[in-house]
Design a protein around this ligand. Structure first.
Ligand code: GFB
Length: 317
């Protein structure tokens, strides 16, 4: 992959896709092909094939997917399984047809079995029952991994799969119903501070443990894998440490400067008790993360405030 290689980043407006575009541009890649979902519906097989035949990218990053937090996954199972199956099947087959040299498919650590031993090793995939709240997304994503592995075996395609842990950072979805925990807590604490509320509600018991990787670190790892990894096994992307949701909420509360109390709503699902990935394979390839959790939350909150300012200006226009 050289600076002039034509690289198609599917899902460039999403959290991971946006970070990967920033990372590629920072490395001098100036031949990126980008399409919004309005310009190219990846669920439409004919449209995807026509796009690939016309553009003939050399490298593809498949970061487009229907994603969401625990409530969104639990509420829209058909969307999560159908959309993700169609997107991956269309893009992976079209990439093969036009001879794409390298494709990176993005899975997620939430597709490992609910009660797999921790830290999660790549070989634990499919070793037990899935977390019920997101089994629809998980089955689709597992199918995507299997597509890449089958295309490598049958056609010799250099299609690799990465499994990022829970991500956060600029470009995240801050919708309180559909988002993941990090952006939700940042927004809840921020709005509670502005309103002078006495409490912020945290879903679940606060006891589950989660690992958080800043999306710019994830993008750096993805670009590193594109350049250094060409094998069939999947590769976890993470930091190798986790904390409880309660500890996370305390940290966000401090960063945002909300001085009220945290209240835990046990009526909301906890999801899987723990999700810490084993990063031996990735670290063995020579990569390391560089953004610490507190620093990452501070940077994300600054980005959130800049967006709020822009939104505020627009609403006054
Ligand atoms: O981030 P999250 O929605 O997804 O939830 P998962 C993580 C934990 O945070 C759960 C708790 O135990 C939630 O109950 N939590 C506390 C909250 N307060 C909140 C809140 O205000 N909003 C949200 N969303 N959670 C996802 C999968 O699982 O992992 C996705 O559902 C995706 O498919 C993602 O793969 C990486 O970490 O539980």
């Amino acid at each position: 992959m050289n600076k002039g290689s034509k690289i198609y980043v599917a899902g460039h407006r999403g959290l991971v896709g946006g970070a990967i575009v920033r990372r590629l541009r920072a490395a001098g890649h100036d031949n990126l092909v980008l399409r919004t979902s309005a310009e190219l519906d990846l669920k439409d097989q004919a449209a995807v094939r026509a796009f690939f035949a016309a553009e003939r990218p050399e490298v593809v990053v498949l970061a487009a997917a229907r994603v969401g937090g625990i409530l969104a996954n639990d509420s829209y199972p058909a969307d999560f399984i159908y959309d993700n199956l169609m997107i991956e099947a269309n893009v992976i087959e079209a990439a093969r047809q036009v001879g794409v040299r390298k494709l990176l498919f993005l899975g997620s650590t939430c597709i490992y079995p609910k009660l797999a031993p921790q830290p999660l090793k790549e070989e634990y995939l499919l070793s037990g029952p899935l977390e019920p709240t997101n089994e629809w997304y998980a089955v689709a994503k597992i199918a995507g991994i299997k597509l890449c592995q089958a295309y490598r075996r049958q056609y010799g395609c250099d299609f690799i799969s990465a499994m990022p842990t829970n991500l956060y950072g600029p470009g995240d979805n801050f919708d309180l119903e559909k988002s993941h925990v990090m952006p939700a807590l940042i927004r809840k604490c921020h709005e509670a501070k502005l309103r002078g509320d006495r409490t912020v509600t945290v879903w679940g018991s606060g006891r589950p443990r989660r690992e958080f990787l800043h999306v710019d670190d994830c993008a750096d790892a993805c670009v590193y894998l594109l350049a250094h990894y060409d094998e069939e096994p999947i590769v976890n992307i993470g930091v190798g440490e986790d904390l409880t949701i309660r500890e996370l909420a305390e940290m966000v509360k401090e960063v945002v400067g909300f001085e009220g109390d945290l209240v835990f709503d046990a009526s909301k699902p906890d999801g899987t008790p723990r999700k810490l990935v084993d990063v031996t394979r990735l670290f063995g390839l020579g990569w390391r993360p560089s953004i610490g959790l507190r620093e990452g939350i501070e940077q994300t909150y600054r980005w959130f405030l800049e967006q709020e300012e822009v939104r505020g200006v627009r609403s006054e226009e």
